[in-house]
Design a protein around this ligand. Structure first.
Ligand code: C2E
Ligand code: CA
Ligand code: CA
Length: 653
């Protein structure tokens, strides 16, 4: 390698770019210095020959040469700060090598011209002048070996021959001495430039490596902050952005708006059309949001089908609602994926900084609460965390905290509401309804504490406690009626929770075929595959499955025939409108037909008046639940209710 390099050293055009640049850097400072040395040496020699040789050779020639040297040196100095291209550097270096050789010839010719005119001392001065000039050239042009070597060859060889030829005393010795010294210097020159170009090559390789490392680290940083599917900022980048905005706007005392966007009906897209279609939808959502970004508006994908928006400007309530509506409208435009058209909506929950909170955690929690409220109100709607909501939020928080600390075993209990067959007047089943009585809060509505439990994993413990108590109570009742128990969304999509529930049922001693588990569509919407897996497990155990609150869900009909269902419960909102609204009647008629076709039993819930019961019966619904028949009862009361209802039915029969 070093031999190859030795040869390569003399290249100027084909030199590696890094070497060319390093040479240019070194030459800019050394060449002016070399010209200075040359001028001084020449003037000293010229003055030594004053009177001995003609004016032409002691004043005019050195004067002209000095002027050229000073002019060239000046040009090098002037150009030292300029930015030259690589080609320009190569050109200049080639020029330098040629000029150096030409100058050497001129200097040599001048010195040899003087030589015969001098005495011994003056001749020695010429020899000294030549030697010192060659050494200076080698040292100053060491980075450009072609030039340094050229000068050495052009000057040393002819001068040595001249000395030998001149035949002066001692001149042969001086010539030999000079040849030896200069040969050693040439050897040093080669070794040095060899090392120099190696050093530059290593440095260039290191620089390239560092650039590569930098590029990789930039890539990493980008990947770490970007959601690869949608190209939006990811959760981590967004929260670090939000943190900065909170700090900056906090100091300036300026407001901004932060919101969470959740896609409604995304899970079913994944389930029915596959994950690739789901990914396409998310990509399209990302593209639509990106198109809306700018002007202080930023978006991110926080995970799954949850997105975030940051509007870094002060919007009043109307402004936020307008923004939310615009977002929802954009997201609800049908998605064309392959040859399918997919419908989705987005629901938004917003908070304003600093009204809603002064920290990222606060803002996120309240935006999440507003989103939760929006989802409960209507899919595709917008909610802002308002001062009114503050109270409800605090209550919800308090319920959450108290529930986490509660003695569930002592404070939770069950009430049971009969489900009646209105023809035979028999009790078909009892629905277990959760109750919580807390020493500090008193009675808390199940809607509220179940929702609170569902916001954490506490729900699994709550469900387990309730189920155990319900099964225990049901075992002591007379008769063969069913026990209907409400499962939470979160139970159904947790393998661990379902396994625990199955074990609880098996060990309870209550016959599983008399158990009905009520589920809502929300569970199916969240994770259809897991929910279906859980339902299959429960069915295998012998339990029945009822779909609760039927008709209020998102796309009810599409699920019904694909699930292992046994019954539907018509939501009480349809029963409520029954006497006034013909559309409620139509809905109920359709549901009854559906049940008939699919061989499902049907329960109408929330019957409060005889009129409602009669109307339902006329439509063909005979299984009912509601305050008209019985309110939720304590465990013992429920047992007594069953006995007396069954007695009455027997008597009537
Ligand atoms: P749900 O499953 O639809 O339960 C029926 C609700 O309607 C009960 O309210 C019941 O008291 C009420 N109800 C029954 N008949 C009538 C009527 O004629 N008129 C009116 N206005 N209401 C009637 P409750 O007990 O307050 O439960 C509310 C919701 O809380 C339940 O709705 C269910 O979603 C949830 N929940 C109750 N217990 C449990 C439980 O053990 N586990 C789970 N996961 N959720 C439960
Ligand atoms: Ca229910
Ligand atoms: Ca219900």
């Amino acid at each position: 390698m070093s031999q190859g390099l030795t040869f390569e050293l003399f290249k100027i055009s084909g030199a590696p770019p890094a070497l060319t640049r390093a040479r240019a850097r070194a030459l800019t400072t050394r060449i002016p210095l070399l010209y200075l040395i040359l001028v001084i040496n020449m003037l000293l020699l010229a003055s030594a020959y004053q009177g001995a040789a003609s004016t032409l050779s002691t004043i005019c020639a050195p004067g002209l040469l000095s002027a050229i040297c000073i002019w060239r040196g000046g040009r090098w100095l002037a150009a030292r700060h300029g930015q030259a291209s690589l080609e320009a550097m190569v050109r200049k270096q080639r020029q330098t090598a040629i000029l150096a050789t030409l100058f050497s010839i001129l200097f040599l010719a001048w010195a040899l011209h003087l030589y015969p005119y001098g005495d011994a001392m003056q001749k020695a001065h010429v020899t000294f002048f030549i030697a010192i000039t060659v050494i200076s050239c080698i040292l100053c042009l060491i980075h450009l070996p072609a030039a340094a070597f050229g000068v050495t060859m052009v000057v040393t060889a002819p001068f040595s021959f001249y000395l030998l030829w001149a035949g002066d005393d001692g001149a042969a010795l001086i010539a030999a001495n000079m040849l030896i010294i200069i040969s050693v210097l040439v050897y040093v020159l080669i070794a040095y430039t060899n090392d120099f170009s190696l050093l530059i090559a290593t440095q260039a390789a290191l620089d390239a490596k560092q650039a590569e490392t930098q590029r990789l680290s930039d890539d990493n940083l980008r990947l770490a902050n970007v959601d690869s599917l949608t190209g939006l900022a990811n959760r981590r980048a967004f929260f670090s952005d939000l943190q900065e905005v909170v700090a900056a706007r906090g100091q300036e005392g300026r407001a901004f708006v932060f919101g969470l966007i959740d896609l409604d009906g995304f899970k079913p897209v994944n389930d029915t059309h596959g994950h690739l279609a789901g990914d396409d939808v998310l990509r399209e959502v990302g593209a639509r949001l990106t198109a809306m970004a700018g002007n202080g508006l930023r978006f991110a994908r926080l995970g799954g089908d949850e997105f975030a928006v940051l509007a870094d400007r002060d919007l009043d309530e109307a402004g936020v609602v307008e923004l939310g509506r615009r977002l929802c409208a954009r997201l609800s435009v049908p998605y064309l994926i392959g040859d399918m058209t997919i419908g989705l909506t987005g629901t938004c929950g917003f908070v304003r900084f600093p009204d809603a909170g002064a920290t990222v955690e606060m803002l996120y929690e309240k935006a999440d609460y507003a989103l939760y409220r929006a989802k409960n109100a209507q899919r595709g709607s917008v909610q802002i965390f308002s001062p009114n909501m503050q109270k409800q939020y605090q209550n919800a928080k308090l319920v959450e905290q108290m529930l986490a600390r509660a003695d569930l075993e002592a404070e939770l209990f069950m009430e049971f509401q009969p489900i009646i067959d209105v023809e035979s007047r028999r009790v078909v089943a009892l629905e277990a309804l959760a109750r919580w009585s807390n020493p500090h809060l008193g009675r808390v509505a199940p809607d509220m504490f179940i929702a609170a439990a569902e916001r954490s994993i506490l729900i699994h413990r709550v469900t387990a406690t309730l189920l155990r108590k319900a099964l225990e109570a049901a075992k002591s009742w007379p008769g063969e009626q069913h026990l209907s128990f409400n499962l939470s969304v979160r139970d159904l999509i947790s393998r661990e929770a379902i396994t625990h529930i199955v074990a609880l049922i098996e060990s309870s001693g209550f016959p599983p075929h008399r158990l009905i588990l009520e589920i809502t569509e929300t569970a199916l919407m969240r994770d259809y595959e897991l929910a279906q897996e859980s339902l299959t497990l429960l069915k295998r155990l012998g339990a029945q499955i009822a779909l609760d609150d039927f008709g209020t869900g998102y796309s009810s009909l599409s699920y019904v025939h694909r699930l292992p269902l046994d019954r539907l419960k018509i939501d009480r909102s349809f029963v409520r409108g029954l006497s006034q609204s013909s559309s409620s009647r139509d809905v109920i008629r359709t549901i009854l037909q559906l049940c008939d076709n699919l061989k499902l039993s049907c329960v109408a819930e929330g019957i409060e008046t005889e009129e409602e019961a009669d109307l339902l019966r006329s439509l063909g619904c005979t299984t009912m639940q509601g305050y008209l028949f019985a309110k939720p009862l304590g465990a013992a009361e429920a047992g007594a209710f069953i006995s007396s209802a069954n007695d009455a039915a027997r008597r009537a029969a």
